[in-house]
Design a protein around this ligand. Structure first.
Ligand SMILES: [Mg+2]
Ligand SMILES: [Zn+2]
Length: 197
């Protein structure tokens, strides 16, 4: 079996877009100013670029799944308008204990479970062993480690607080800590050149 391509799996809220709590209307969604540049940097370095986001507000009944799709169409449009390419956007609308079926389910895709990364592997041909998850929560790092990828924690969104008050109890520390998603991608790309083949 041939090796796939490395991927960077970006968390959405707090990583590419402002963390505002539930994005329960498209008017609450705003990308960080560097978001498209972060994706473009991944594109240029030969990484697949995908978004992996938990959207349990669907299961909780706060907003319909169609809103998630509307937000993602807007996100994709803004990123592409800036000359970058998102290879896939994956979201988990589920919650294990809240709401009604089919959204109330103990799914395999709610981070830190591996489902969305596995989809990137199956559908995009990502080689997870040389891939990264970039996110602002420890659960993003756990997703990375669950599939043999590496995890970068950004200090935007919940990141600085998680790092300051949570990291002492983490079983493993982030493979990279960056000020924001663009810096994370730049550092990931820089490390490629420093690693043995
Ligand atoms: Mg986040
Ligand atoms: Zn799910």
């Amino acid at each position: 079996m041939s090796r796939g391509r490395p991927a960077i799996l970006f968390d959405r809220d707090g990583t590419l877009a402002h963390e505002v709590g539930y994005v329960n209307h498209v008017s609450r969604f705003a990308l960080y100013p560097y978001a498209a540049e972060a994706v473009r940097a991944a594109n240029r370095a030969g990484f697949l670029a995908a978004v992996v986001t938990n959207q349990a507000g669907v299961a909780r009944g706060y907003f319909p799944e169609s809103l998630v799709q509307e937000v993602h169409a807007r996100m994709r449009g803004a990123i592409e308008e800036a000359g970058a390419r998102v290879d896939a956007i994956y979201y988990c609308p589920h919650h294990p204990a809240t709401g009604a079926p089919p959204y109330r389910q103990d799914c395999d895709c709610r981070k830190p479970r591996p489902g969305m990364a596995r989809r990137a592997e199956a559908e995009l041909g990502a080689d997870l062993s040389c891939s990264w998850v970039v996110g602002d929560r420890f659960s993003d790092l756990e997703l990375a480690w669950a599939v043999g990828a590496r995890g970068a924690l950004v200090k935007t969104g919940y990141g600085l607080g998680e790092l300051t008050y949570g990291s002492a109890s983490w079983r493993r520390q982030p493979d990279l800590v960056a000020a924001h998603a663009l810096e994370a991608v730049q550092e990931i790309v820089a490390r490629i050149g420093r690693e043995p083949a």
